[in-house]
Design a protein around this ligand. Structure first.
Ligand code: CUA
Length: 392
């Protein structure tokens, strides 16, 4: 008999758990875990995924062989009541050498693709790349496109099919940049530039996350990667390049952040354009953003919001310019905040309600965030929402 009564009893004890396990396995649908490295959609991510898959199958083979030998030995050589004392052995040099050499060879074999992957993923990409500077802040991400002279925050737009080359730094403490569907984690440091590159394969909006503990809101230091078709990306760039300082009073650009951005070239048109033309480009084909129609600047709420943005001091920490954006700002760039999917660095859906709640009481939504409560009334918040929503 294969199972003794005791073993059978213990199996019966665990039987009720089985449906639960089945249920749990069902919950493992990849759609429940958008922040996964197991569904790669870039060349970089595939390198890591390939190594992981290969290693997994190696391990599976080892598991089957070892456990098979173990089970075979258990049943083939199991003791019977009247058996004599088995022969006692103390070491076997041949067997010990064999079981040392085999794992060493396996590790050496795994090292080949691993080391190759390390070299590949750390190489500086050659050829036509889109350059993006990533600057970590407590607790949000700044994205600057030095060759396009545009800046945005928390949602990095990239074209599908072109290698994007990230040069990364931080304005304060160490963070770690991780867009799991596209690439592995890479730390960002105050005094050292780190690099990351990948070529996106699929358009869509994907989550990213800071993965180095950087303070109380480390967990809410997320971001979105918005991969777009080349045409949509060009449209987005062209639109962003219209969001510059008003010609009359160009903003000074304090250069207090230590990053890779040296000698950003100014190019592209900066002609004024009504804000409400922006919508088509900003939304792109990405779904999931809850963007209401932009409020025309003539709207009284917009005008009131514009005044409040100055009066409440918002302007001291946030720039509304995508073009010639100042460096070293404490708060995220808001040039296209109205069209983003999330606020609070990938944390809350960008609805009017959430935006109003945030403006009135950011500390309640993201405890310890550097934005103080500014004593904004509900009506004032409405106006500010109208004003910011128009910035798409
Ligand atoms: Cu930034 Cu954790």
């Amino acid at each position: 008999m294969l199972l003794r009564p005791a073993a059978f009893r213990s199996l019966r004890r665990w039987a009720p758990v089985l449906p639960l396990l089945v249920l749990l396995a069902g919950a493992c649908s990849p759609d429940h875990y958008p922040q996964t490295a197991l569904r790669p959609i870039s060349d970089f991510a595939r390198i890591g995924d390939d190594i992981q898959t290969k290693t997994f199958y190696w391990a599976l083979g080892v598991f089957v062989l070892v456990e098979g030998a173990l089970l075979y030995a258990i049943f083939r050589f199991r003791g019977k009541p009247n058996d004599a004392e088995p022969r006692q052995v103390h070491g076997n040099t041949t067997v010990e050498i064999v079981w040392t050499v085999i794992p060493a060879l396996i590790l050496a074999a795994i090292a080949v693709p691993t080391v190759r992957g390390i070299l590949q993923t750390n190489a500086i990409p050659k050829g036509e790349t889109l350059n993006v500077e990533v600057i970590g802040h407590q607790w949000w991400w700044e994205f600057r496109y030095p060759d396009l002279n545009i800046t945005t925050a928390n949602e990095v737009h990239i074209p599908v099919g072109q290698t994007v080359s990230f040069r990364m730094g931080t304005a304060d403490v160490v963070h770690s940049f991780w867009p799991p569907r596209f690439a592995g984690k890479r730390d960002v440091f105050p005094n050292r530039e780190t690099r990351l590159w990948f070529k996106a394969e699929e358009a869509g909006e994907y989550p990213g996350q800071c993965t180095e503990f950087c303070g109380i809101q480390h967990g809410r230091m997320a971001f979105r990667v918005r991969a777009q078709t080349p045409e949509e990306f060009q449209g987005w760039v062209a639109h962003m390049q219209t969001l510059g300082p008003k010609p009359a009073k160009a903003a000074a650009a304090p250069d207090s952040v230590r990053t890779a951005s040296v000698g950003a070239k100014v190019q592209g048109p900066q002609q004024a354009q009504p804000k409400n033309d922006a919508r088509q480009n900003a939304a792109g084909k990405d779904s999931g953003s809850t963007v209401s129609p932009p409020v025309p600047p003539q709207d009284p709420a917009y005008a009131a919001g514009e005044k409040l943005f100055l009066a409440k001091g918002c302007v001291g920490c946030h720039s509304l310019n995508a073009v010639d954006a100042p460096k070293g700002m404490i708060g995220p760039n808001l040039a296209n905040v109205g069209g983003r999917s999330y606020i609070g660095a990938g944390t809350f859906k960008n609805t009017d309600e959430n935006l109003a709640r945030w403006i009135q009481n950011p500390q309640a939504m993201k405890v310890g965030v550097l934005m103080p409560n500014l004593g904004v009334s509900a009506d004032e918040a409405k106006s500010l929402v109208a004003y910011l929503r128009a910035h798409q």
